[in-house]
Design a protein around this ligand. Structure first.
Ligand code: CUA
Length: 201
């Protein structure tokens, strides 16, 4: 004899679920409203936050970019640190920095308050440009020239930390940016130091 079973083909009779408690409805409503606020922040912050880099991006042959960087380093070389050239381009110049496993080339020496067009690219794999101890962070992608208008706002001796895992020597990939003041001096890095992007084009 067959027992009557519920097959799922027929609707369950009556109200089998308990209506939500008022407090639950209120909290779901609050959570939903907050989701909408966060959702709206994404496009809003794109326009209002001023955190989006301005600059030029174009495709480039990695080897050609590297050759351009070497030529730039040779042209404006003012010294050397552990085999790496220290390069001091004039204000307003196009500045080239290339990431490769596992170093940043060359060492840049910039002047505070002067604008430069910083070209970033990679010779081999993805690297991450993170300027320590500041909050400056960019992807460095092979095949793309990432041109950023930058104006150093504080003198200091900064480090470039690679923050994109790029291989066995990733943790040793540390570069250097020296920012000197009007007197040509580097003061110690302070907490308020910032580098701002040059603003929209
Ligand atoms: Cu380059 Cu990690």
């Amino acid at each position: 004899m067959l027992t009557k079973v519920h097959t799922g083909l027929d609707p369950v009779p009556g109200i089998w679920w308990k209506p939500a408690h008022k407090a639950e409805k209120v909290w779901v409503g609050i959570a939903f409203a907050w989701c909408m606020v966060l959702f709206a922040m994404m496009p809003l912050w794109h326009w209002r936050g001023g955190q989006n880099p301005s600059g030029v991006r174009r495709r480039v042959d990695p080897k050609a970019f590297y050759a351009r960087t070497v030529a730039f380093a040779t042209q404006y070389k003012v010294g050397e640190d552990r085999g790496l050239p220290i390069v001091a381009p004039p204000p307003g110049a196009d500045v080239y920095l290339v990431g490769m496993t596992f170093q940043w080339y060359p060492i840049l020496k910039l002047q505070v308050g002067k604008q430069y067009l910083l070209h970033l690219s990679s010779l081999d794999v993805n690297h991450g440009f993170s300027l320590f101890p500041l909050s400056v962070n960019f992807q460095v992608v092979p095949g793309f020239d990432y041109g950023l208008r930058v104006t150093p706002t504080a003198a200091g001796d900064f480090r470039i930390i690679c923050n994109e895992f790029c291989g066995i020597g990733h943790h040793t990939m540390v570069g250097r940016v020296i920012v000197v003041d009007e007197a040509g001096k580097t003061v110690s890095v302070n907490d308020t130091a910032t580098i701002r992007s040059g603003g929209p084009r």
